[in-house]
Design a protein around this ligand. Structure first.
Ligand SMILES: *[C@@H]1O[C@H](CO)[C@@H](O)[C@H](O)[C@H]1NC(C)=O
Ligand SMILES: *[C@@H]1O[C@H](CO)[C@@H](O)[C@H](O)[C@H]1NC(C)=O
Length: 637
């Protein structure tokens, strides 16, 4: 008997040794990833549940496994398979579970949307995404957590915006293909010794190619008409357009005029700023279209530089071109030195690099619009970081020291759903608050923007994710600032920004302590809560009311009249929801975009009901933030 048992035990141990144990369970994660693709029919016949993706006799299409005793998935080579899907939808959590995965290729398929969050896979060595339809800006810091990356191919897509500065910090990068996209802005200096091959051709890059890039051949920069410099044997001082520009001096004049316009604009923004904004409406829908674009190409300022200084005398390691260098080190030295001066920016959060007021003055500026607190501008710094500059009038409730202490406190916050300020500038008459620019924009814009971009993208799972993220951010603020009357105070859809992956980011929080009473009434949405309007009473429950409005806004897809000062226009979502629910017509409230053909009606109704609980007009009967969050967490897809 014992002998039989021993034999069985030995057999069992033997079977453990010969079957590839690590890949057990990897089929599940691969299938989860497949679920997030659009119509992955090319994978249907081999990607089969409960089979081993690493079985050499029945290999899964495009799956490569490590060549060790315990096989596990090491590469996903899904080239030319007619696959598609939205970059924001791809299930990175699933891929994150594949511990040995080092190589991913989706080359020559038809994926679209934003660059998927591959940066959550920190040990990837090769990422090949060429030949798809990916588009949009890539966040500057996107590659900061991908230190293992050796090969990155993004060619033949539609990526735009500046080349992410984080690429210049990848110390193992050997091969970088960015050709045939729509990248614009300056060419950064790729100083890493590992980098052997780079291709930036066929983009819309501008300005002088830095000396530090002269070790790469000219063809790496082909097909960028606005690039100049010795590397491409094109003089920078008088930029001639290749075609259709009859008169070179004419275009120079144009740049000069533009530069002057921008200069005047920035001087007005930063130093004068006496003129009050005449039409100071709170977030009218109309404002969404009032985006005035003023763009000063980086080339014009670098032209002037290279024009005024004679040819660079070597400069020992390229230090001469300080402005053109995206290396955050040079600007950080400059910035932190100046940070002590009264007239400069004070950087409180160095995650996006350190910059000073001079960087801001040089940056290309774009007016984003005006809101309850002041005006907002977008600026692209020399180091490639895009920021939003909010100009706030007054804010003199606290003295300078107290103000600074408070802003630093706001800037120290770290939470997945909170966007802390990066820097500020203090003057008695006005303050500037600098935050990172989030390309996707605000929830307000996505839900109600004219072009309706995003409205259809915002399906029920995405909306639920946004509501939950907002709730978690609020929960965090209500813990962090538990002793404040208004831990947030200004929650509304225009202050909810969305990351690439639709993770909500709350901004403009906890400003209540900084601004005067009269200004608060104008500027903070919490002052629209019934208790504030009727009895001038405020409490953390006013934040609950604001959360309720956002929930109703997201669920109905309607623009809440509560956001408007005069309540003319928009939909009174509170009244509408209250009435429909009392008459048993809840489903009529739900945005047709998400209700169609859905089997989640019950969950959606539950969420609507939470929205009405939060907007209960009697604040004594209204639920607490903690309770609201708990209810929201209970809703599922
Ligand atoms: C993808 O397509 C391009 C252009 O058609 C081709 O040169 C390249 O070899 C293809 N890549 C793969 C991996 O098949
Ligand atoms: C709802 O879905 C059906 C079938 O997919 C479609 O024909 C109809 O136009 C959709 N309605 C709305 C309001 O989107």
């Amino acid at each position: 008997m014992a002998a039989v048992r021993l034999l069985l035990l030995l057999l069992f141990i033997f079977s453990l040794l010969t079957t590839p144990s690590l890949s057990i369970g990897e089929d599940i994660h691969l299938l989860e990833f497949k679920e997030s693709l659009k119509d992955p029919i090319s994978l249907d016949s081999t990607w089969i549940k409960d089979t081993n993706p690493c079985d050499p006799k029945k290999p899964w299409e495009g799956v490569d496994c490590s060549d060790t005793a315990f096989k596990s998935v090491s590469a996903l080579l899904l080239m030319n398979l007619g696959l598609s899907g939205d970059g924001g939808d791809l299930d990175m959590d699933a891929l994150g579970n594949l511990e040995s995965l080092r190589i991913i290729s989706l080359e020559n398929n038809t994926f679209s949307g934003v660059l998927p969050e591959f940066n959550r896979l920190g040990s990837l060595k090769s990422l090949f995404l060429s030949g798809n339809q990916f588009s949009g800006e890539i966040p500057q810091d996107f590659f900061d957590k991908m230190g293992s990356l050796k090969k990155l191919h993004l060619s033949r897509n539609k990526f735009s915006g500046t080349i992410p500065g984080s690429l210049t910090r990848l110390d193992n990068l050997m091969e970088l293909f960015l050709q045939q996209n729509e990248f614009s802005g300056p060419v950064p200096v790729f100083g890493q010794k590992s980098l052997q091959t780079i291709d930036l051709s066929g983009n819309k890059l501008q300005g002088e190619i830095p000396e530090g890039m002269s070790r790469f051949p000219a063809k790496a920069f082909d097909g960028n008409p606005d690039l100049c410099g010795t590397v491409v044997s094109k003089d920078c001082v008088a930029p001639e357009k290749n075609a259709g520009q009859p008169d070179g001096s004419g275009s120079v004049t144009k740049w000069v005029i533009l530069a002057v316009v921008v200069g005047v604009l920035l001087v007005t923004i930063l130093f004068k700023a006496k003129k009050e904004d005449e039409n100071f409406r709170v977030l009218g829908k109309e404002n969404l279209d009032e985006v005035v674009q003023v763009h000063m190409p980086t080339s014009s300022s670098s032209n002037k530089r290279s024009g005024s200084s004679t040819r660079r005398g070597g400069g020992g390691g390229g230090g001469g071109g300080g402005y053109n260098e995206p290396g955050s080190q040079s600007s950080s030295r400059r910035g932190s030195g100046g940070g002590k001066s009264n007239n400069d920016l004070v950087v409180i959060n160095e995650e996006k690099g350190v910059f000073g007021l001079p960087d801001l003055m040089k940056a290309a500026a774009e007016v984003l619009g005006s809101g309850g607190m002041g005006s907002a501008y977008k600026a692209i710094m020399a180091n490639g970081v895009s920021v939003v500059v909010k100009r706030m009038r007054d804010m003199n409730k606290l003295n300078k020291d107290a103000f600074e202490a408070e802003i630093r406190r706001l800037g120290r916050i770290r939470h997945r759903n909170i966007l802390p300020p990066l820097a500020y500038h203090y003057r008695k008459e006005e303050k500037l608050l600098i935050t990172e620019f989030i390309p996707k924009g605000s929830l307000l814009f996505l839900l109600h923007g004219d072009r309706g971009i995003g409205h259809a993208e915002l399906n029920w799972p995405t909306r639920l994710k946004i509501i939950k993220g907002v709730a978690r951010g609020m929960g965090f603020l209500h813990t962090e600032f538990a002793n404040y009357e208004l831990p947030h105070g200004n929650l509304k859809s225009s202050n909810i920004l969305l990351s690439q992956n639709y993770e909500p980011l709350l901004t403009d929080y906890a400003l209540y302590s900084l601004i005067s009473n009269t200004q608060s009434i104008q500027a903070l949405f919490a002052y629209k809560s019934p208790e504030a309007v009727l009895f001038q009473q405020l409490s953390p429950k006013s934040d609950v009311y604001c959360l309720g409005i956002v929930v109703l806004e997201i669920m109905t897809g309607k623009f809440p009249s509560q956001y408007l000062n005069n309540q003319k226009g928009g939909t009174d979502v509170v009244q509408w929801a209250g009435q429909a629910i009392s008459e048993g017509r809840v489903s009529e409230l739900i945005d047709p975009e998400i209700v169609n053909g859905s089997d989640s009606l019950e969950q959606m109704e539950k969420m609507l009901y939470i929205g009405t609980e939060c907007t209960e007009s009697d604040h004594e009967k209204r639920i607490e933030m903690r309770e609201a969050i708990r209810h929201i967490e209970e809703v599922h897809v």
